[in-house]
Design a protein around this ligand. Structure first.
Ligand SMILES: Nc1ncnc2c1ncn2[C@@H]1O[C@H](COP(=O)(O)OP(=O)(O)OP(=O)(O)O)[C@@H](O)[C@H]1O
Ligand SMILES: [Mg+2]
Length: 227
């Protein structure tokens, strides 16, 4: 059976895509066939004759020669960069869980591991009746939490970890991502989370504008995800 992780974050814009791309590269370096997925993406840019999402394209690139097509990685692409259930409603669409699960199954059967990037934070609504957490539960994947290191991240990280466990999922690990080069006492914040999250620290990503995820992959220890 294929394995995988659901990558969530303390917020939107905290480095989920960068971390997910680095995870994909780190797992590939261990010889695994990895499929990335960004099941729902809001915000499309022109690409060829059509449209694509920048996170999707970054994940496809990280997956290398065996990468699935952008449409397989992101079955629900919404035009406008906004809360997905609102973007969907503005297009007269409703996001449904079952097609997302089918798309994940199709990717998983051909791969050893899936890395699924969530949308925004853990409780972001996807439709009137379900949210990103429900998607993670339905996929049945352990969660990797990307903590964007900035003031307020302790509370956001601890709330997210509590929510992950409350819905019965395992917090497989967390990644500390330096998104604010001016953050004071970053080490103390990481230490506070290491004490309180009760999950392995997969790695620390430094502030690295324009970084290639491949160069960051070596900073991640994926062994807790493979046990
Ligand atoms: N360690 C870092 N150093 C420098 N820039 C970073 C770092 N991590 C993330 N960024 C930048 O911050 C921005 C947000 O990162 P990213 O797109 O990975 O976040 P996200 O959590 O995936 O956001 P979304 O919720 O939109 O999917 C990007 O421009 C990214 O390049
Ligand atoms: Mg992203």
């Amino acid at each position: 059976m294929s394995r995988g992780v659901f990558v969530t974050g303390t917020d939107t814009g905290v480095g989920k895509t960068l971390a997910a791309c680095a995870l994909v590269q780190a797992l590939r370096a261990r010889g695994l066939r990895v499929a990335p997925m960004k099941p729902v993406a809001a915000g499309a840019v022109p690409r060829g004759d059509g449209w694509a999402n920048e996170d999707t394209l970054a994940l496809v690139e990280a997956a290398g020669p065996d990468a699935p097509a952008p449409e397989e990685v992101t079955p629900v692409l919404l035009r406008e960069p906004m809360a997905p259930h609102v973007a969907a409603a503005r297009e007269g669409r409703e996001i449904r869980l079952e097609p997302l699960l089918d798309a994940h199954r199709r990717l998983a059967v051909r791969r050893d591991f899936t890395v699924v990037e969530g949308v925004g934070g853990f409780l972001v609504p996807l439709a009137p009746s379900f949210d990103a957490r429900d998607l993670a539960v339905a996929l049945g994947l352990p969660v990797v939490l990307v903590v964007g290191l900035r003031l307020g991240c302790l509370n956001h990280a601890l709330l997210t970890a509590e929510s992950v466990r409350a819905c019965g999922l395992r917090l497989a690990g967390w990644i500390a991502n330096a998104i604010d080069p001016a953050m004071a006492v970053a080490d103390e914040n990481v230490a506070a989370l290491a004490q309180r999250l009760h999950a392995p620290l997969i790695g620390r990503l430094p502030w690295s504008p324009g970084a290639n995820p491949a160069d960051l992959a070596g900073l991640l220890d994926t062994s807790p995800l493979l046990g």
